[in-house]
Design a protein around this ligand. Structure first.
Ligand SMILES: *Cc1c(COP(=O)(O)O)cnc(C)c1O
Length: 367
């Protein structure tokens, strides 16, 4: 059997392992919060934002964001229908309703025109995802938000290092969240961060990240029904080094994307999804459509590639089809990407000949 061609996986060097070892030995007593603070400082520094809160995972950061902008039962939030389910659940945890809208095929990110159509007097916010690390149309989205006085949460979970017109993804809306889960471009085992330039959002998120503890009446006094959502020293130490290496990590993902594009763009059976002009994708997950010339489904391709020890994925199923959400939404592009979209393997350990083998096998399966 050939080498396993993993869908995703990190690039870990001696820098990470030795720093995690240091945190394991030293991150106590006077240094008990040193590695968490350093991680938050590294994030603020790299992204150029005022505030950051490290969390155990990005889902927690997204939930904190939803709480911190004041979402509650009776509110509506406009959410892209194509994403990992954490995007929607983090809104629904607050009691607010998810109003799902479609994506555009060019970026697989939320369609600004569809956002406009979905606005009602109850709409409070827009939840944007930079899907697969490709920047969403933030100019249009932020101008709609301004017009209707809506908050914007950026789910930038897979988009560390992606840039929209000189602004780093995660820093453009009112609040942004990034993941360091093991399949992302930069990893911490599990880890996430909430970032914002808004002091009010930051303070509320801090309060809810640490059990609503205020110490207002006594030490350990709590004034809010908060959560325990903070990151630990070991994942913080690992993520710190990964952020310091982010340019190298992004270069590697873009190199892998380039190998795919060079080969697959020659075929009329495959349509690569690429960054729009003026934007810079980190290409954490290179994505493509099987074109109308292809009869087989993405699911068929995913299953067949596994016989060659190649692990790709189809698009996400539409979140609006899940049992806990209302069934009234029509999102044909999301559906099409689920049926005919392939997310190609782009683990950091893949080399050019691995990608060539994937391309060759994929093209055989679809012809
Ligand atoms: C990975 C991911 C998340 C969740 O991140 P965790 O750190 O696993 O909680 C949320 N949204 C999107 C779009 C993701 O890709």
């Amino acid at each position: 059997m050939r080498k396993k061609i993993s869908f995703a996986g990190p690039w870990i060097t001696e820098r990470e392992t030795s720093y995690v070892k240091e945190a394991a030995a030293e991150g106590w007593y006077g240094n008990y919060d040193k590695y968490m603070k350093e991680f938050e400082d590294e994030v603020k520094n790299y992204l150029g934002v005022k505030y950051a809160i490290g969390t155990h995972c990005c889902t927690q950061a997204l939930h904190l964001a939803a709480v911190a902008i004041g979402l509650k039962e009776g509110d509506e939030v406009i959410v892209t229908d194509h994403s990992w389910v954490a995007t929607a659940h983090s809104i629904a945890y607050t009691g607010a309703k998810c109003v799902f809208v479609d994506i555009i095929p060019e970026t697989l990110c939320i369609n600004p025109e569809e956002i406009r159509k979905a606005i009602t007097p109850k709409t409070k916010a827009i939840m944007v995802v930079h899907n697969f690390g490709i920047p969403a149309d933030m100019d249009e989205i932020t101008s709609i938000a301004k017009e209707y006085n809506l908050k914007v949460i950026e789910d930038a979970a897979p988009a560390l290092g992606s840039i929209y017109k000189d602004k780093k993804c995660g820093t453009i809306g009112d609040v942004g969240c990034i993941s360091f889960q093991g399949a992302k471009i930069a990893v911490a085992s599990e880890g996430g961060v909430l970032v914002t330039n808004n002091e009010e959002i930051y303070k509320k998120a801090c309060l809810f990240a640490s059990m609503g503890r205020t110490d207002s009446q006594a030490n350990f006094w709590s004034d809010e029904m908060g959560y325990q959502y903070t990151i630990g020293s070991l994942p913080a130490a690992m993520a710190t080094v990964q952020i310091r290496r982010i340019n190298e990590l992004v270069d590697n993902k873009r190199k892998i994307y380039g190998w795919y594009a060079r080969r697959l763009e020659q075929s009329s059976k495959i349509q690569m999804v690429k960054e729009k002009e003026g934007t810079f994708a980190n290409y954490t997950y290179p994505a493509c459509f099987l074109t109308d010339e292809v009869e087989v489904s993405a699911q068929y391709v995913e299953n067949k590639l596994r016989d060659y020890n190649i692990f790709c994925r189809t698009g996400f199923p539409q979140m609006s089809r899940f049992p806990m959400y209302e069934k009234r939404f029509e999102t044909p592009v999301s559906q099409h990407f689920y049926e005919k979209g392939i997310v190609l393997p782009a683990a950091h350990n893949l080399v050019e000949e691995d990608i060539e083998f994937v391309c060759e096998t994929l093209l055989k399966l679809v012809s």
